[in-house]
Design a protein around this ligand. Structure first.
Ligand SMILES: CC(C)(COP(=O)(O)OP(=O)(O)OC[C@H]1O[C@@H](n2cnc3c(N)ncnc32)[C@H](O)[C@@H]1OP(=O)(O)O)[C@@H](O)C(=O)NCCC(=O)NCCS
Length: 294
């Protein structure tokens, strides 16, 4: 597509009905050439707060009706941005993004300390630095190629439905040491459009106790899939269940036709990275968000 550089880029927020076009674009933008970028599964995980909240957290940039960039206000101070592959080097878009991300009055990010994640090859990364933004803490992307068969997990795995939601959320709360992720949020998440391409897996030990959980999100056949989240119950660590649930995640994504299993975690999460590596995921070069404010 040849964009008419003269036409203005417009920022907007979709309504719930508009999310399906946004998700379709996000699916199409996922490729092995650019495996670490805002993924339909990121919106799927956010959907735990409901469809309205998800729509309200999305920002789109269009030129002449064509979607050029999509972002998610993932928390009050973290914005996760990606662009159409053909718009990565679009200078006018980058300029508009810098203005919209820098000015709290534009309704994207508040004043104060905030961070923006964007694809490595997006020129907006450089433009933000030139506008006075700095580099933030390092994150480590991990990638498992699914073109070859993956090892079977040495753990009984179930793809769960609503009946096992409580067991799954209990493992999650223990894994992350937080009471936040309730059954209600799980049920809301699974009503979301992206969950049609997702699977929630629970791993059981020999006594039948649920010990590990992961949710995997496909972006469609031949495209990178995403793990979000993955964890092992705090009482059951150090027994290989983390490695096993990461293998199960890869196998589930392979069944869904994904080209790879991907995940990105803060580089400070040494245990998480070691676990993915133990399951055969390979580290990719670290990446850093762009940050502003004290
Ligand atoms: C990370 C986590 C899943 C590990 O679970 P686990 O069942 O203890 O992991 P495993 O026993 O399968 O260990 C796999 C490998 O990682 C290593 N590892 C696990 N935790 C580690 C830690 N905290 N520090 C260093 N290495 C660690 C193990 O030694 C093992 O390595 P090996 O194969 O070379 O022996 C678990 O600690 C957890 O749920 N953490 C919180 C959630 C999280 O961070 N999720 C990932 C980010 S999304």
């Amino acid at each position: 597509v040849v964009w008419d550089q003269g036409v203005a880029v417009t920022l907007s927020t979709p309504d719930v009905a508009g999310l399906s076009d946004v998700l379709q674009a996000l699916r199409e933008w996922q490729t092995e050439a650019s495996p670490f970028q805002l993924h339909p599964g990121d919106l799927g995980w956010f959907w735990q707060f409901g469809a309205q909240a998800t729509a309200a957290a999305v920002r789109t940039w269009r030129r002449d009706g064509h979607l050029l960039a999509v972002g998610l206000v993932d928390s009050a101070t973290v914005f996760r941005l990606t662009t159409a592959p053909s718009a990565r080097l679009d200078q006018d878009l980058a300029q508009q993004l810098v203005q919209d991300l820098s000015d709290p009055g534009r309704g994207v990010l508040p004043a104060g300390k905030v961070a923006v994640e964007a694809p490595n090859d997006a020129v907006v990364q450089d433009r933000l630095l030139e506008a006075g933004w700095t580099v933030d803490e390092p994150w480590t992307p991990l990638h498992l190629d699914l073109s070859e068969p993956v090892d079977r997990p040495p753990l009984r795995i179930e793809v769960i439905g609503p009946e096992q939601a409580s067991a799954s959320t209990a493992v999650h709360r223990s894994s992350f040491g937080s009471p936040r992720f309730t059954d209600h949020l799980w049920h809301t998440m699974t009503t979301g459009l992206p969950y049609r391409d997702a699977r929630c897996l629970l791993g059981y030990d020999e006594e039948g106790t649920a010990v590990a959980e992961v949710t995997v999100w496909s972006a469609g056949p031949g495209r990178p899939g995403l793990l979000e989240p993955m964890g092992v119950h705090a009482d059951h660590r150090g027994r290989g269940y983390g490695r096993a649930i990461c293998l199960a995640a890869a196998a589930a994504l392979q069944d869904l036709g994904s080209s790879s299993a991907t995940v990105c975690t803060p580089s400070s999460n040494v245990g998480g990275i070691a676990t993915y590596e133990a399951a055969g995921y390979q580290r990719r070069p670290e990446r850093r968000d762009r940050a502003r404010g004290a």
